[in-house]
Ligand binder design. Structure first.
Ligand code: FE
Length: 200
C-alpha cells in the first residue's frame, strides 16, 4: 500500500508540473492567464454538488418518461432539470440503472474521472489505487466492505469512466416510499448510491 501511495504522489506531482508548464506557455503566448483558469474552475465547482445528482434520481423515480430519457441520453435529460453541465472539456454522462437483477458500480481505473457536475468532488477512496484496481477484479468483495450485500444471483457490472464519458448509477427506489414527495425522495439518495457503493 505504501508503495502504491508513493506512486500516486509521484504521478500527481508529474501531472501538476505538466499543468504548470502548460499554463505558463499559454500565459506567455497571451492566450489566457492562470487567474482565468482558476476562475473557470471555481465557477464550475461552485455549481457541482451532490444535490444535483440526488435531484436527478428522485425525478427518475417519480417520472418514468424522464427516466427513459435519462437512460437514453443522460446529458440532455439532466440539462432539462437545469443542472449546469458546462465544463472545461466536453463531457458526456451516462446513467446506468440498478434493477432487482443488476447492480452497477462506477470507477475510473486510469485516474479519477467522475461525474463532477452531478456529484461534486469525488471521495478520496474513489481516487485510491486500492479501489480502482480491486473493484474491477472483485467488485463483490469491495461492495461487501461498503456494506452492500448482494444476492448471489444478482449480476454486478463495473463501468470504467473516462474523461469524455462519465457514468452514474440510478439506484432502485427503496420499498415503502410510495407516499414520499420528490423532494423527500431526493433526501434518501447518497453520493455512494450514485457511485454504486451503497444501495441508495
Ligand atoms: Fe480518470
Amino acid at each position: 500500500m505504501s508503495h502504491s501511495h508513493e506512486h500516486d504522489h509521484e504521478a500527481s506531482a508529474a501531472i501538476s508540473n505538466r499543468v504548470k508548464h502548460l499554463i505558463g506557455t499559454l500565459e506567455r503566448r497571451g492566450i489566457l492567464t492562470e487567474s482565468q483558469v482558476d476562475a473557470t474552475i471555481h465557477s464550475f465547482l461552485s455549481k457541482a454538488r451532490p444535490a444535483n445528482g440526488f435531484r436527478v434520481v428522485a425525478r427518475a423515480w417519480v417520472d418514468g418518461e424522464f427516466k427513459q430519457r435519462l437512460l437514453t441520453d443522460a446529458t440532455s435529460a439532466v440539462g432539462e432539470l437545469g443542472v449546469d453541465l458546462s465544463h472545461w472539456a466536453p463531457v458526456r454522462i451516462r446513467a446506468v440503472e440498478n434493477t432487482h437483477a443488476l447492480h452497477n458500480v462506477i470507477v475510473c481505473t486510469l485516474c479519477s474521472c467522475y461525474p463532477l457536475s452531478l456529484l461534486g468532488p469525488s471521495p478520496t477512496w474513489y481516487k485510491s489505487e486500492a479501489y480502482r484496481s480491486r473493484v474491477v477484479r472483485d467488485p463483490r468483495s469491495v461492495l461487501d466492505e461498503f456494506g452492500v450485500r448482494l444476492a448471489p444471483d444478482k449480476e454486478v457490472r463495473v463501468w470504467d469512466s473516462t474523461s469524455e464519458l462519465r457514468y452514474f448509477v440510478v439506484p432502485e427506489r427503496p420499498a415503502g416510499t410510495g407516499s414520499l414527495s420528490e423532494a423527500e425522495l431526493g433526501e434518501l439518495v447518497t453520493t455512494n448510491g450514485l457511485i454504486g457503493t451503497a444501495l441508495v
